[in-house]
Design a protein around this ligand. Structure first.
Ligand SMILES: [Mg+2]
Length: 451
């Protein structure tokens, strides 16, 4: 009797447990709304955020400078209304820039990376977005456990305001059933001012939205595949989603099938681990040629420190460090020289000190006096995951990657919190000196990006 009762009780408990499990599963499924956050004109917004006097004015960021042959990488909407576009070579639009008093900034990637990290911190601290991850320097994904569209809009608005208040960066946000659909929603948030940069795309509005979205603007399709799709009479996201699964499987790769499923509301694209770069390069063409080893020393230190930071950001380590220098090949009247040297490390590293030291040793090997140098750079190669570092038999305790990793993490977090390069190596040059350099060359802007 006692045994029977115990079995019954146990059965009831199991049922109850199961019911709770099913409820939780339904709850989780119903509530898991994907959110996508995309910074508006990110590089240009970063520059405006540190120069409030430029707010509402045309600003462009170029990968070089006015004196060189750089191209426009990012621009504010005020610059866009002047007819300027991303990809415009600066020298071609020089007059337009000067006539409209457009502020031109050389790209300062480490600064943008730091601001991006700050956005991460702000959103995580808000506690609103779960599983928040950085997909690229200006894009983030997460989930919000709310499925009411109005409520979602309020929460996303809070996150958007928090980012603006803490970093001064305007963002556009989209929310829907899958990551791809959340990106579709962001497209609408950006293209239709009535959304005020927040678009929530509920299930019953998906078809309507897909009908308006050009196929080349679907995440994962891209402009390269567009001509083939147009040829097949697929011009909108809806026409793509409307095709049968077997048609998609026949015609497209697994990536195409995943995109198709996501457009149907089935989550299958994992954004938690974006692909890692297999080599990392930082190089610049200088506005003015230099024959000074000391100047190159400072540039190479900064490029090496920048690549090391990028390496740590993707949780990797490298095994090779390459430094290169070249003269101006367009100057037939000058002697030409170019060279590179690579150091192979015994223990993979992401330590700034070691990478800068390696890069400078290589510079010392290849530098020849009497030449006018126009470009230099650092490339990190043989990159692998930082979780599995193979130690060399003779690695000392001081060189232990765990110790240096702790130091680097601390340095990175201080730099993220208090501003780029607050902690830097002496070889990178001093801030005051670099500021002066920038002022003097404001319009003939020097190309070091770490100043
Ligand atoms: Mg963006």
């Amino acid at each position: 009797m006692e045994i029977e009762r115990r079995v019954e009780t146990s059965f009831e408990n199991d049922c109850c447990f199961l019911r709770v499990l099913i409820f939780c599963a339904n709850f989780a499924q119903r509530m898991s709304i994907k959110v996508h956050i995309d910074c508006n004109n990110f590089y240009a917004s970063c520059e405006v955020s540190s120069r409030p006097d430029l707010y509402g004015k045309p600003v462009v960021v170029a990968n070089c400078n006015e004196a060189g042959g750089g191209i426009i990488l990012a621009l504010t909407k005020e610059a866009k209304t002047l007819g300027l576009k991303r990809g415009n070579p600066v020298f071609r639009v020089k007059e337009l820039l000067a006539k409209n008093n457009v502020a031109v900034f050389p790209a300062n990637i480490p600064k943008y990376v730091d601001i991006s990290k700050k956005i991460m911190q702000v959103v995580i601290a808000s506690g609103i977005v779960q599983d928040f991850i950085q997909y690229s320097v200006d894009e983030f994904f997460g989930t919000i456990p709310v499925d009411d569209a109005d409520e979602l809009r309020i929460y996303i608005g809070k996150v958007k305001d928090a980012i603006m208040q803490s970093t001064g960066i305007p963002v556009s946000c989209g929310a829907s059933l899958t990551n791809t659909l959340a990106k579709v929603a962001t497209w609408f948030a950006k293209h239709y001012p009535a959304y005020h940069e927040i678009c929530v795309l509920p299930k019953d509005k998906i078809d309507m939205a897909l009908r308006k979205l050009p196929i080349e603007d679907v995440w994962g399709i891209g402009r390269a595949s567009a001509p083939r799709l147009h040829y097949d009479n697929i011009n909108t996201a809806y026409e793509f989603a409307f095709k049968s699964e077997s048609y998609i499987k026949q015609r497209f790769s697994i990536a195409g099938v995943r995109t198709w499923k996501e457009l149907h509301g089935v989550s299958c694209i994992d954004v938690s681990s974006p692909p890692k770069q297999r080599s990392i390069m930082l190089s610049r063409t200088f506005a003015y040629m230099t024959d000074s080893e000391e100047t190159l020393h400072t540039y190479i230190s900064n490029y090496a420190a920048g690549t090391a930071r990028k390496l740590r950001d993707q949780h990797s380590v490298c095994c090779t460090i390459t430094t290169f220098i070249v003269t101006n090949r367009h100057r037939d009247d000058l002697s030409q020289y170019g060279n590179s040297a690579t150091r192979r490390l015994t223990t993979p590293t992401a330590d700034t000190v070691e990478i800068v030291k390696g890069a400078l040793d290589m510079l010392h090997q290849i530098f020849r006096s009497g030449y006018q140098y126009k470009k230099a750079g650092v490339i990190l190669g043989d990159i692998s995951d930082d979780r599995a570092i193979q130690l060399d038999l003779f690695t000392s305790q001081n060189e232990n990657p765990k110790r240096t990793r702790k130091l680097m993490e601390t340095t990175d977090s201080i730099n993220t919190r208090f501003g780029m390069n607050k902690i830097r190596l002496a070889s990178q040059g001093y801030e005051e000196k670099n500021y002066k350099m920038k002022e003097v060359q404001q319009n003939k802007s020097e190309s070091t990006e770490d100043t």
